[in-house]
Design a protein around this ligand. Structure first.
Ligand code: HEM
Length: 405
């Protein structure tokens, strides 16, 4: 007989905490040592590897990303009514159909064709600071890195990089902590981006190119195709999913390597370790520390009954440190033997990161170029992290020094 979740005596964790990221993670890991489940202000949070996987792979727990605005008390009717269904929040048949149509365009092969361009972009960014042996890497490398790649992926021309960067920044304010104030800026950017994307789609329809947009336009299965509205949605999903995640993950990686110079040296001496280094960085410090689901019906899990409508956070940050899956989890080791079970930082189940191959390629290429060109990487001041809470995490500033060759 299952116990009603609200009848359990559970540790409590705040959704937003004042502590630095490192403190927050330690706090959560201490809680995870006592209990697989904790209470939050809006529902519950699962903390162990098995329970995070259990929730993410159970289709009755549905994406709550579409509720973010409501959870922040937004009632603006225009904003709510013009929100279209995104692949990030779609469920059931709608989601299955979208994934089936778009998945081939996000294959490892598609990501691989951008690798030379990724190296060119990283080399260009490091060229600007290489002489000095110093960089504020968040500003100089991490922030600018993903935009040209996403533009190249979509086929947006170089002269539009700046425009794209501004629109992406404004659209991404949706994950900020003050949505009410940011709403007008977000809505204006969404509108401008929609218009821009429609123009790009019209161009590709008349002149197809070798890019993601062309692949998405021609994606067809059993006579079914994406509509213009769905294409516009996919472009926004790529920007929302693929920009801030990648830049923060790279920042977290460089902070980790600056704190573990032996690991940077290993990578520098053997660039073939880049894929393993990416997996270990994402396990140890993933840019997405958790996601959120809601119960679409009464759900019994692990002897506990969660009533329909319950919000559930899934803590990847603690699941990735579960000693039952990752021996000696506190050791950052890029030589860690593969355990056969993936880290959770790219999600799991039906919403598993669509851009996983692209994200991995971007990080692998950046690691290879940067470890070669920034020997003896070290901190050149304190790392400041963005405020911790829901959403995407990473350093706000990361001053580093390295040897000039
Ligand atoms: C290091 C970089 C990245 C990280 C840490 C990351 C993480 C994640 C996570 C955790 C999810 C699952 C969210 C959930 O279950 O609620 C997700 C989904 C998604 N990601 Fe990524 N991501 C990254 C890069 C990218 C890139 C480069 C793209 C685009 C090209 C992308 C596009 C998406 C999309 C479209 C989804 C939604 C998939 C669906 O709902 O079916 N991501 N990502």
């Amino acid at each position: 007989m299952a116990t009603l979740a609200s009848d359990l005596s559970l540790p409590e964790i705040p959704v937003i905490m004042d502590q630095s990221r490192t403190d927050r993670h330690q706090f959560l890991r201490d809680v995870a040592d006592q209990s697989w489940l904790a209470k939050t202000e809006i529902g519950y949070s699962v903390l162990t590897y098995e329970s995070v996987m259990g929730i993410l792979r159970d289709k009755r727990w549905q994406s709550a990303i579409g509720f973010i605005a409501q959870l922040q008390g937004i009632t603006n009717e225009t904003f709510m009514s013009r929100r279209r269904e995104s692949i990030l929040s779609a469920e059931g048949e709608v989601h299955v159909r979208l994934r089936r149509l778009v998945a081939p365009a996000f294959s490892p092969r598609s990501a691989d064709r951008l690798r030379p361009f990724m190296r060119e972009v990283v080399n260009g960014l490091i060229d600007d600071v290489a002489q000095t042996g110093r960089a504020e890497v968040v500003r100089d490398i991490c922030e600018p890195y993903p935009i040209p790649i996403i533009c190249e992926l979509l086929g947006a021309p170089k002269e539009d990089w700046k425009l794209f960067s501004r629109l992406a920044t404004d659209v991404l304010r949706i994950f900020g902590s003050d949505l009410a104030t940011e709403l007008p800026t977000i809505m204006a950017a969404q509108e401008e981006l929609d218009e821009y994307t429609r123009g790009l789609i019209a161009e590709r329809r008349s002149v197809p190119l070798d890019d993601l947009l062309t692949d998405l336009i021609s994606a067809e299965e059993a006579g079914d195709k994406l509509s213009t509205e769905e294409l516009v949605m996919m472009v926004e999903a790529v920007i929302v999913g693929g920009t801030d995640t990648t830049r923060n993950q790279l920042g977290l990686a460089l902070a980790l390597f600056a704190e573990h110079p032996d690991q940077w040296e290993l990578l520098r001496n053997d660039p073939s370790l880049a894929p393993r280094a990416v997996e270990e960085v994402m396990r140890y410090n993933g840019a997405v520390g958790g996601t959120i689901r809601f119960a679409s019906e009464d759900i019994e899990y692990n002897g506990v009954l969660f009533p329909k409508g319950t919000f559930m956070s899934t803590s990847m940050a603690t699941g990735n440190f579960d000693p039952a899956v990752f021996p000696e989890p506190n050791t950052f080791n890029i030589l860690r033997p593969p355990v056969g079970q993936p880290h959770l930082s790219l999600g799991a189940g039906i919403h598993y990161c669509l851009g996983a191959s692209l994200a991995r390629a971007e990080l692998q290429e950046a690691f290879t170029v940067l470890s070669e060109r920034m020997p003896q990487l070290r901190l050149d001041g304190p790392v400041e992290y963005k405020s911790t809470g829901v959403g995407i995490f990473g350093p706000a500033s990361l001053p580093i020094a390295f040897n000039t060759k």
